[in-house]
Design a protein around this ligand. Structure first.
Ligand SMILES: O=P(O)(O)OC[C@H]1O[C@H](O[C@H]2O[C@H](CO)[C@@H](O)[C@H](O)[C@H]2O)[C@H](O)[C@@H](O)[C@@H]1O
Length: 357
């Protein structure tokens, strides 16, 4: 399965977009042309434009469809869910330097003034919070296996939610369905670090309830051995599975919990799991975001938006090309809400939830 990635990785031509944003005195690295390895070949611009345009017939631009989408959302409550890497930040070679721009942060802050806003990432919750630096949004890390949410009564049909108050005032609750796997995850992390140490460019990232093995900077001829080594470690642990993202292998507990469940959980804790006037809007770029898209499709109401500059199979209904279009979309969303008649009401007044600001 990962061989497919490899051949695509081989084709990648190193196309880079320039990016001049700086924050905290740090240079934001140039974005990598990613999109699951789709190569940028200037000589094929015309045909790739044509195939993208024909793909967009099925997945129209959320910018082009904005007025129609908002017209349909009128009188309903929008809840915003955002992925981090590749959505709020550009895909870059070094995972530790995937900073979001100052403009993007301001846009997310603005959106969170009017809509309950959650960020659901594969990263550890702490790491994504460090990148985003906003206290006005909810965070779900480890692909939804680590959630901080408001202390609303959770309406669960199977009663499996485990809620632990984060602070004495119970301002927030933390939900960690994979907690019992932590010791094994730590063992796997240590074993992987040791095993892949000699493979140039490979790196292991501790995402708390899951682990990423990055191969974006691994030489083509080393990929096979890396894959073998990763599999040899994971095989020793029952109850874990290996999945794939953008130039990354992800190891996580095989519990029935993903970004789709996280979305449902967050809607639940906001008290709107079954409300038919609630419209979840989810923007994401990677395979794990598809689980959230599916949930929205199943609910029959909402806006699943894929971020991609190449045609791909998706359960989304709309598309945005890249994080810069995500930025434009978020700004427009906040502006739309600000100019609507009830704009003087804050998110807490509209939703009846505690204000995070
Ligand atoms: O759910 P997400 O927030 O999208 O997280 C998914 C993975 O994102 C990160 O890796 C990806 O972005 C890196 C920085 O741009 C890039 O170098 C890497 O190749 C991508 O796969 C993160 O580092 C992973 O741990 C997440 O699982």
């Amino acid at each position: 399965m990962f061989k497919r990635h490899l051949s695509k990785l081989n084709q990648t031509m190193g196309f880079q977009r320039t990016h001049s944003n700086k924050q905290k005195g740090q240079h934001i690295p140039k974005a990598t042309n990613d999109e699951d390895g789709a190569p940028h070949d200037p000589s094929t611009n015309e045909s790739s434009d044509a195939s993208y345009n024909s793909w967009m017939v099925d997945y129209p631009s959320a910018l082009g469809s904005f007025d129609r989408m908002m017209k349909a959302a009128k009188g309903k409550k929008l809840a915003v869910f955002l992925d981090y890497d590749g959505t709020l930040s550009q895909i870059v070679d070094d995972p530790d330097r995937a900073f979001m721009t100052v403009e993007m942060r301001a846009a997310v802050r603005e959106v969170s003034k009017y809509f309950p806003t959650s960020i659901i990432s594969g990263r550890s919750r702490e790491k994504v919070k460090d990148f985003v630096e906003l206290s006005s949004v909810y965070y779900a890390g480890s692909h939804g296996m680590d959630i901080i949410a408001p202390p609303r009564p959770v309406k669960s049909s199977d009663g499996k939610y485990h809620i632990v108050p984060v602070d004495k005032k119970e301002n927030e609750v933390i939900f960690q369905p994979a907690k019992k796997f932590l010791p094994a995850i730590q063992e796997i992390f240590t074993a992987l670090e040791e095993k892949i140490r000699k493979i140039e460019g490979a790196r292991v990232e501790d995402n708390r309830f899951c682990i990423s093995v990055h191969f974006r900077q691994v030489r083509e001829e080393d990929y096979g051995i890396l894959e073998e080594k990763v599999k040899s470690v994971v095989e020793k642990y029952s109850g874990f599975r290996l999945s794939e993202g953008k130039k990354v292998m992800e190891i996580r507990p095989s519990i029935e919990w993903d970004k789709g469940h996280a979305l449902e959980y967050l809607l639940d804790t906001l008290g709107f799991s079954s409300a038919n006037d609630v419209i979840p809007l989810y923007i994401g770029d990677d395979r794990t975001d598809e689980d959230a898209f599916k949930v929205i499709q199943r609910r029959g109401q909402g806006y699943p938006i894929i971020v991609s500059s190449v045609p791909k199979d998706t359960n989304a209904s709309y598309s945005l090309r890249d994080p810069s279009e995500v930025l434009t979309f978020l700004l427009r969303l906040a502006r739309w809400r600000k100019s609507s008649p009830s704009s003087s009401r804050s998110v807490s007044q509209i939703w009846g939830i505690g204000n995070l600001n």
